[in-house]
Design a protein around this ligand. Structure first.
Ligand code: NDP
Length: 313
């Protein structure tokens, strides 16, 4: 059994920022990086909307910078996934995949969310070359181009509307014959002359030499009148939902029906004393690096306050 004052689970902007704050407050901090060191930003190309980088920054580079900043203030960073949590009473116990059990006075859950993909081989083949799961991250690269968004929920409508402000044409590819999105979002889509909704369509593959040049579509998949054709596009955006990585904490913390951790409004407090949540694991709405970093800072400050109040510092 290992002991630490603060255990941070997750290595995206929320986790690293929290570590910078706890480190600077002189709190011994251990951070586990999880399955995808650096988090979702390492799957994007350039980050242009994080303040302080007027010329943009490569997502992986930015996460590496944040990691080094956390290390500079004494955080111990380890690779490994947390696979089990016991948050029933303080100090808390978290089990790592290699069998290590960490006993922690405070825990910051910064495990993020994972964008859902269709599961096509071509999504991997063209990752970062025309396939994206974040319009606000990557939309700018599709100015005056043609793109397709997959999905029929609020995210898909929001992303299609956002992309329509940049691209010349946006196809919204919806597998059913209706949109699941709220009426106001649907109206925005239907009122936008640049957006064409393709109901009862599925993307089954992509093609292109040095990047996406088009998608293989199936109309009315599995029906007697099923038809297949190719659609010329420069980029494909997936907007079929995200999955918050909260499974191991669900017996203890409150979540919404999708699994996003519920925190006290405007704070990272989960309701369990000394256990905080930051970043996309508790944010179904914004999902931005700057927001995650801000909530990580709040979690770091809360840890300091909690340890001081309890006389544990
Ligand atoms: P949702 O789960 O609401 O919608 C997912 C969409 O993706 C559905 O249309 C679904 O189709 C489709 N889909 C899922 N899997 C596949 C697949 N394999 N192939 C094709 N299509 C697929 O997720 P969202 O991310 O849109 O929204 C999540 C939550 O966040 C919601 O509660 C939403 O209201 C909220 N939100 C609110 C916003 C706002 O109010 N501004 C903005 C963004 C999100 P089907 O309908 O057939 O199941």
């Amino acid at each position: 059994m290992e002991k630490t004052k603060c255990l941070i689970i997750g290595s995206g902007p929320a986790g690293y920022t929290a570590a910078i704050y706890t480190g600077r407050a002189n709190i011994p901090t251990l951070l586990y990086e999880g399955l995808q060191p650096g988090g979702q930003l390492t799957t994007t190309t350039e980050v242009e909307n994080f303040p302080g980088y007027p010329d943009g920054v490569d997502g992986t580079q930015m996460m590496d910078d944040l990691r080094r900043q956390a290390l500079r203030f004494g955080c111990e960073i380890r690779s490994g996934m947390a696979v089990k949590a016991d948050l029933s009473a303080a100090p808390y116990h978290i089990t790592i995949e290699d069998g290590t059990v960490v006993e922690a006075d405070t825990v910051i859950i910064a495990t993020g969310a994972t964008a859902k993909y269709l599961g096509l081989e071509d999504e991997k083949k063209y990752a970062g070359m025309g396939v994206s799961a974040c319009a606000t991250c990557d939309g700018f690269f599709y100015r005056r181009k043609t793109v397709a968004v997959v999905g029929g929920g609020d995210t898909a409508c929001e992303e299609a509307t956002y992309l329509a402000g940049l691209a010349v044409k946006v196809y919204l590819v919806v597998r059913k014959n209706y949109l699941r999105a709220s009426e106001i979002m649907q109206k925005r889509v239907f009122d936008n002359p640049k957006i064409e909704v393709l109901f009862e369509h599925n993307v089954v593959g992509l093609f292109g030499t040095d990047g996406v040049e088009g998608a293989h579509l199936v109309k009315r998949l599995g029906q007697p009148d099923e038809s297949r054709y190719d659609l010329a596009i420069d980029g494909l955006f997936l907007a079929i939902g995200h999955r918050p990585n909260s499974d191991i904490f669900r017996p203890y913390v409150q979540t919404d029906e999708t699994g996003y951790i519920l925190t006290e409004a405007g704070t990272p407090r989960t309701g369990i004393p000394g256990v905080f949540a930051a970043g996309d694991v508790c944010d179904p709405h914004y999902r931005q690096a700057i927001i995650a970093a801000g909530s990580g800072a709040k979690a770091g400050l809360e840890v300091d306050r909690y340890l001081t109040e309890k006389g544990l510092k």
